[in-house]
Structures are given as C-alpha cells and as structure tokens.
Design a protein around this ligand. Structure first.
Ligand SMILES: [Zn+2]
Length: 176
C-alpha cells in the first residue's frame, strides 16, 4: 500500500502525546479517491493514538454511510458501514509496511498519511453482496425501471453481437 502524496488533510502527527483525532470523511474524500465506484458518503472517523515502548498504536473507528453501486440494479444506494482496526507504527531506518497493520516510519518522519488505510478499512467493511435493502413490505428496494433498462440493454447487446455475423453471411451470399 502506498500513500497518496497530496493528501495533506489526512496526515496525522505522530510521536506527540497520546491523543484522539476526529474528523468526517465527506464527498471530497470519495471523489478524489481512486476507488471511483463510490458515489460519495459520510464517514465519522476517530483515531486514538497511544504510545507505548516506542510503538505507536492507532485505533481507528469508522462509521457512517457509503454510496455504493447495487449489484442487482447498478444504482447507487447508501450502505451503512462500521469498522474498527488498529495500526502499529514503529520508527526505523526506512519507511515501509513490514506486515499487515504494522508500518515502519523513518525517524525523520513525524506524519503519516492515513488515507490509504481509511480506504482499505472501508473496503473491508463493505458486505460482499451489495444490494438495495428490501422494502418494508418485503419487495425489492431496487430501481425496477433500471432493471428493465438493463434487460433491454442486454438484449440489444446480444443482437449487436449476432448482427455482424449476419452481415458477413449476407456479403458471401451477395457475391455468389
Ligand atoms: Zn438495487
């Protein structure tokens, strides 16, 4: 995992006293995000940083909603997500990630861009199957018009695939 260089907003200062940093990830985070499948969202983030024996632990708590694409109708819907993760930061010679959730920062560095981790935690927090929740009456919460359009589109695609072959055949027939 590599950190985006221009994410100044999401850099936390390390090495100071124990503290909690709190902020909200809004649409700007998700729009500038490489994961363009997300249509936006609002996520409350709190990071509790504690220092023990030269190791800094960052306890993340993320909760809120993320606009994701429904697998069934391909429309955006708000998915509720919640995630608790812990990162450990050590200081060493070179910056790098030595194992999952353990990062080494060179001694000259005092800031960590946490945006790639926030991204990763949100991906992990999402359910495998992303679909609109059912309505109260048990019917599908999906956009029916969208499903209809998709079906039509699919039929059109199949026809488009078949048509060129017919054209070739016609050409052959015309020649003879
Ligand atoms: Zn849907």
């Amino acid at each position: 995992m590599t950190g985006g260089s221009n994410n100044e907003e999401y850099k936390v200062r390390l090495g100071g006293s124990d503290e909690t940093v709190e902020f909200t990830l809004g649409n700007s985070f998700f729009v500038s995000n490489e994961n363009s499948e997300w249509g936006g969202g609002e996520i409350q983030v709190s990071v509790l940083m504690t220092k023990t024996h030269g190791l800094i632990s960052l306890e993340f708590h993320l909760r809120g909603t993320l606009k994701v694409i429904c697998d069934r109708c391909l429309e955006f819907y708000p998915e509720t997500v919640e995630s608790r993760q812990t990162l450990f930061v050590k200081f060493g010679e070179e910056t790098g990630e030595i194992s999952e959730n353990v990062i080494v920062l060179s001694r000259e560095e005092h800031h960590l861009d946490i945006s790639p981790f926030l991204n990763e935690f949100l991906i992990l927090a999402l359910p495998l199957k992303k679909v609109h929740a059912d309505n109260d009456d048990g019917s599908s919460g999906c956009k029916e018009t969208m499903i209809k359009k998709l079906k039509e589109h699919l039929i059109q695609e199949v026809e488009d695939v078949i048509d060129p072959r017919w054209d070739e055949l016609k050409k052959l027939l015309d020649k003879n």
